[in-house]
Write a protein that binds this ligand. Structure first.
Ligand SMILES: *Cc1c(COP(=O)(O)O)cnc(C)c1O
Length: 379
């Protein structure tokens, strides 16, 4: 099936009781059992919930995977992924990942005896060089946040396979519409469904997709054992959102490209970072492994005072954390999303104080461009 057909139909059958076309919100904590040891496959809400199952099947189909496992947030999903390793194991992570990922790994999981190495994964030799006897996982994010740096996933998965490592990709920025890491040989895909999959800035969620039976079995066990599950209503909202994912992503992509091109031509800013621009150093790789370039654009004005004015004077763009919603947001990664990342680390990958990140929404692009232009020209 094509993406949009799957988005609208996969995992969703009319409700057997009433024929309701839309999967109901099964808002129940427990299920009646017919007799001792006999039930309809549903015992307790944390363990099984039909609204959640529909969402899991739906996103699994969009990511071309066998299994989806939903969590209460992207970070709850990442935390569950860390149960694939134990104290004494080593994990390789591409640097300049989402700030919360850095915080979870470095400031929480490290205390449980898990070891992390941070590498520049644009060069795959760095992954190979970081491999140790106790390495178990490789966690990649591409494009990264907010520098929009890419990792070659087909090549990275080859390296992981060669060394018997489980590969994980945080695919939040591209959504399943523009990039399917499993089809490039990656073992596990992770999403913060709070972002593009949810798309309306009204729900927090995370989802993991894999086609590996053993990984699925372990994560399913962990989902129940640690309990970070999403509510039935949140699953329903997310399921409602995936139906329009394709049309939203097309528009995010179109608007972001126009804004990036406009800013590039203007002399209002110093640097524009967007994988869809031919100037992007990995534009060819972007074209190879993605079907679009997404809605995230990073802009460096070159001057912190100018950046402050931009952040203060935009009217349609809202100054806020998060991304991927239909409304345009602007943020200051240095002090917002990446506040918990040490200054030296930020400097290492070029995250300056004057950099802003745009999550380009699906409004009329002329209005968005005018909004930025006016704010940049304010003295
Ligand atoms: C937001 C985000 C996360 C964390 O997800 P939550 O749903 O906020 O817990 C992880 N990775 C990326 C790339 C994100 O943008």
């Amino acid at each position: 099936m094509g993406f949009s057909t799957d988005a609208i139909h996969a995992g969703q059958i009319p409700d057997p009781t009433t024929g309701a076309v839309i999967t109901p919100i099964y808002q129940t904590s427990t299920y009646a059992q017919e007799e001792l040891g006999r039930n309809k496959g549903y015992e307790y809400g944390r363990t099984q919930n039909l609204t959640r199952e529909a969402l899991e099947k739906n996103i699994a189909a969009l990511e071309k995977g066998k299994y989806g496992i939903a969590f209460a947030s992207g970070l709850a999903a990442e935390h569950a992924l860390m149960s694939l390793v134990k104290a004494g194991d080593h994990v390789i992570v591409s640097d300049n990942v989402y700030g919360g990922t850095f915080r979870l790994f470095e400031l929480v999981m490290k205390d449980y005896g898990i070891e992390y190495s941070w590498v520049d994964a644009t060069n795959l030799n760095n992954i190979e060089k970081a491999i140790k006897k106790n390495t178990k996982l490789v966690f990649l994010e591409t494009p990264t946040n907010p520098m929009l740096v890419l990792t070659d996933l087909a090549e990275a998965s080859k390296v992981c396979k060669k060394h018997n490592l489980i590969s994980i990709v945080d695919n939040t920025f591209m959504s399943p519409y523009f990039q399917n890491p499993l089809t490039l040989g990656i073992d596990i895909v992770l999403h913060s469904s709070t972002k593009y999959i949810g798309g309306h800035s009204d729900v927090i969620g995370g989802i993991i997709v894999t086609s590996d039976d053993n990984i699925h079995k372990r994560l399913r066990y962990i989902q129940n054992a640690t309990g970070g599950v999403p509510s039935p209503f949140d699953c329903w909202l997310t399921l409602r959102s995936t139906k329009t994912l394709a049309v939203r992503m097309e528009r995010h992509n179109q608007n972001a490209l126009k804004i990036a091109e406009y800013l590039c031509k203007s002399n209002l800013v110093e640097r524009v970072i967007y994988p869809g621009l031919p100037e992007h150093p990995q534009h060819e790789l972007a074209k190879k492994q993605m079907r679009g370039f997404g809605g995230m654009v990073s802009v460096d004005t070159g001057d912190f005072e100018k950046t402050k004015r931009l952040l203060k004077n935009v009217k349609i763009f809202t100054l806020a954390e998060s991304l991927g919603g239909v409304e345009s947001l602007i943020c200051h990664p240095y002090t917002m999303t990446h506040a918990s990342v040490p200054k030296e680390t930020k400097e290492k990958f070029g995250l300056t104080e004057s950099l802003v990140r745009l999550s380009v929404g699906i409004e009329d692009v002329e209005d968005l461009i005018e909004d930025i232009e006016k704010a940049l020209k304010t003295v």
